[in-house]
Design a protein around this ligand. Structure first.
Ligand SMILES: Cc1cc2nc3c(=O)[nH]c(=O)nc-3n(C[C@H](O)[C@H](O)[C@H](O)COP(=O)(O)OP(=O)(O)OC[C@H]3O[C@@H](n4cnc5c(N)ncnc54)[C@H](O)[C@@H]3O)c2cc1C
Length: 384
C-alpha cells in the first residue's frame, strides 16, 4: 500500500496552487462581495486545462483520472480559489460533464463536451426540485414523448450555474408507473430550446462567486436525440454516476480550503501578539492548529481512497458517502476554528477565513445533506 501521490501528481497539485494564487484568488473578494461570476478567471481555467480535465483527449480533455482531478481541485483551492468558483467548476465539469462523457452518444460528446472543456459553453445539473430535495427520487418534472421530441414540464431548484449555463442535464419522469428505477430519464437541454428559462439569481450566504437559480420548463421541446443514456435509466445510471463523482472528487476544494486556512492561521498566530507574545505561544491556539491539520490529513486519505476506487472501477457508493460526510463536516469545523484563531479580524469580510466559513456550510447541504449521508451509510451497514 502506497500512501504517497506520485511525483507527477504532486507537481500538478503545486502548479494548480500557483495558478490559483496568481490568476484567481486575488480577484475573488470583489466577486464574492458583488455576487458576480469571474468570467476572466473562468477563461484562464479553461486555458490551463482545468475545465475538461477528466474527459478523454478526443473530447477536449486531458484524460485525468478521478484522483488526478480531485488533487487538482485540492491544489486550486489551496492556492486561494474559493469554494464558489470550485463549485461552478464542479457543476460544469463533474456533475454537468461526466454524465455526458460516461453515458452520451459519440455525437453528444463531440457536440457538448468539446466546447465545455474549452470554456466556450457552461453546463449545469438539474436534479433538485422545489418539493424534491433529499427525497430526489420523488421529482415531478415530466417528459412526455411526442413524435421526435420530448415535452418537459416542471422546475428545478438551487441549480449551480443555472443563470449562466448554456446546457443543463435535466432529470425528468418519463413513466410514473415505473417509479425511480425505470421511470426517470436524463436529457441534455440547451438554453435556446423553446419553453426553457432560468430564474433570477438566488442571493446566497456563501459561494457567492458561483451563480445559482431555478430552471423552468414550460412545454419545453427537447429533440429525442438529446435523451442522455437509455430512457428510464436516468436515476439509476446518471444520478448514481454523477453523485458518486460529486461526493468523491468534488470534495477536493474542501481539503484545499483547509490547507489554505491552516497556512493563514499559522502565519497569523506567529504574527499576532497579545499579552506581550505571539498568540502561537498559547497552547489553546496550538491545539486548534493541530486540529485543522488532523482534519485535513484524515480528509485527504478518505478522498484519495474514494477517487482511487472510482478509477479502479470499483463500486464506491459507501466510500463516496463516508468521504462526503466526513470532509464536509471537517471543513466546516476547520473554517470555524480558523475564524476563532483570527479573533475579531476573522469576523471581518476582508479576511478570507470569513468567506471560507460562509462557503463551507454548503458542504453539509449540497449533494445530499449530512443527515442523508448518515442514512445512506447506515442503510448499507444494516443491509450487510
Ligand atoms: C448553493 C446550492 C447549490 C446547489 N446546487 C445544486 C445543483 O447544481 N443541482 C442540484 O440538483 N441540486 C443542487 N442543490 C440542491 C441540494 O442538493 C439540496 O439543497 C439538498 O439535497 C437538500 O435538499 P433540500 O434543500 O430540499 O432540503 P430538504 O430535503 O427539505 O431537507 C431539509 C432538512 O431535513 C433533513 N432531512 C430530509 N430528509 C431526511 C430524512 N429522511 N432523515 C433525516 N433528515 C432528513 C435534511 O437533511 C435537512 O436538514 C444546491 C443547493 C444549494 C443550497
Amino acid at each position: 500500500m502506497d500512501f504517497m501521490l506520485s511525483q507527477e501528481q504532486q507537481d500538478f497539485k503545486r502548479e494548480c496552487k500557483e495558478f490559483a494564487s496568481k490568476e484567481i484568488a486575488p480577484f475573488l473578494e470583489e466577486h464574492d462581495r458583488n455576487s458576480t461570476f469571474f468570467w476572466e478567471g473562468w477563461k484562464k481555467m479553461a486555458e490551463f486545462g482545468l475545465l475538461g480535465l477528466p474527459f478523454p483527449e478526443e473530447y477536449g480533455g486531458s484524460g485525468a483520472s478521478a484522483l488526478d482531478t480531485a488533487v487538482a481541485k485540492e491544489g486550486f483551492a489551496a492556492g486561494g480559489a474559493d469554494w464558489g468558483i470550485c463549485l461552478s467548476w464542479g457543476a460544469n465539469t463533474i456533475i454537468g460533464g461526466v454524465p455526458i462523457w460516461k453515458l452520451g452518444t459519440e455525437e453528444q460528446k463531440q457536440k457538448y463536451l468539446v466546447p465545455l472543456a474549452a470554456g466556450e459553453t457552461v453546463s449545469c445539473f438539474g436534479l433538485t426540485e422545489p418539493d424534491a430535495g433529499s427525497d430526489a427520487a420523488s421529482l415531478s418534472t415530466s417528459a412526455k414523448k411526442v413524435g421526435d421530441k420530448y415535452i418537459l414540464n416542471g422546475s428545478k431548484m438551487f441549480i449551480t450555474n443555472g443563470p449562466i449555463a448554456d446546457i443543463a442535464i435535466v432529470l425528468a419522469v418519463t413513466d410514473k408507473e415505473k417509479g425511480p428505477k425505470g421511470g426517470i430519464s436524463a436529457f441534455i437541454v440547451e438554453k435556446e430550446f423553446p419553453g426553457f428559462r432560468a430564474g433570477k439569481e438566488l442571493d446566497k450566504m456563501g459561494n457567492r462567486t458561483s451563480p445559482t437559480s431555478e430552471l423552468f420548463f414550460e412545454d419545453c421541446e427537447v429533440p429525442a436525440e438529446n435523451l442522455l443514456g437509455e430512457e428510464g435509466l436516468g436515476f439509476v445510471l446518471v444520478a448514481k454516476e454523477t453523485l458518486e463523482w460529486e461526493r468523491a472528487v468534488m470534495m477536493g476544494p474542501a481539503i484545499g480550503l483547509m490547507e489554505a486556512n491552516l497556512e493563514r492561521c499559522l502565519a497569523y498566530a506567529k504574527e499576532r501578539e497579545q499579552f506581550g507574545q505571539p498568540i502561537a505561544n498559547f497552547q489553546a491556539i496550538q491545539h486548534k492548529l493541530a486540529d485543522i491539520k488532523v482534519a485535513m490529513d484524515t480528509s485527504r486519505l478518505l478522498m484519495y481512497r474514494a477517487a482511487w476506487m472510482k478509477d479502479e472501477g470499483m463500486p464506491a457508493a459507501m466510500e463516496a458517502s463516508v468521504c462526503k460526510l466526513f470532509i464536509s463536516e471537517a471543513a466546516m469545523e476547520a473554517a470555524s476554528t480558523a475564524v476563532q484563531i483570527f479573533g475579531g479580524y476573522g469576523y471581518i469580510r476582508e479576511y478570507p477565513v470569513e468567506r471560507s466559513f460562509r462557503d463551507s456550510k454548503l458542504g453539509e447541504i449540497g449533494g445530499g445533506t449530512s443527515e442523508i449521508q448518515r442514512m445512506i451509510i447506515s442503510k448499507m451497514l444494516l443491509r450487510g
